[in-house]
Design a protein around this ligand. Sequence first.
Ligand code: SAM
Length: 223
Amino acid sequence: MKRRLETEMLDVLPADDPAAVASRRDLARINAVMRQSAILAGALRTFAQPHVLLDLGGGDGRCLLAAARRLSWRGVRAVIADRQDIVSAKTRTGFAALGWDCVVRQGDVFDAAATMEWGTLVSANLFLHHLDDAALKRLFALLAEKAIGLVACEPRRGALALLASHLVVLLGANEVTRHDAIASVRAGFAAQELTALWPPGWTCLEGRALPFSHLFVARRYGI
Ligand SMILES: C[S@@+](CC[C@H](N)C(=O)[O-])C[C@H]1O[C@@H](n2cnc3c(N)ncnc32)[C@H](O)[C@@H]1O
């Protein structure tokens, strides 16, 4: 299946549109079914605890919070970079209870990547697939300047995930989610596609993460 990008409805709906609010709730359920926070946490804990964890396209922050709860890290600053500032007071309280500081950086991820501090660990959940290869290459070059690593958990582009994306209706997903789930899989990744776009000289691991995901981990050499 060839990679195909199309605009996702959640990216263009206003944050307070009822369909967008409902779709964010669907996304939390889908993240749970896909085991996204467990997969992310498993890869994040292969790094030493960072001072700053920058979550690209972090949305409402709930997925990162669920991953943070699986880690034994304290005193991390979680920077949630997203076009929309939609992290609730409850989610912020959840981070605070873990001893984490949660900051929203509203705007484009490219600005967040260009201005992050040296030694930042970067995460992305269901975000990289929004970008075409040229944009990914540009983003990766920016991240590689200052990050110690990237952990990204994305849709796997393949028959099983595509079938599952048609079944989100069984989770009660609304029209926005039903559209975006299928679009996400078509724009997802397979093989070593992300490694091929990352700058040379890093240690990269990439592959299937069951049941429906594609995990990419880039690590600065020697870290
Ligand atoms: C599928 S959602 C995933 C949200 C979150 N990571 C999660 O797992 O719930 C993708 C997110 O990327 C954000 N987004 C898309 N393009 C962006 C960009 N260029 N810069 C910043 N955020 C972006 C959207 O606003 C949305 O919140």
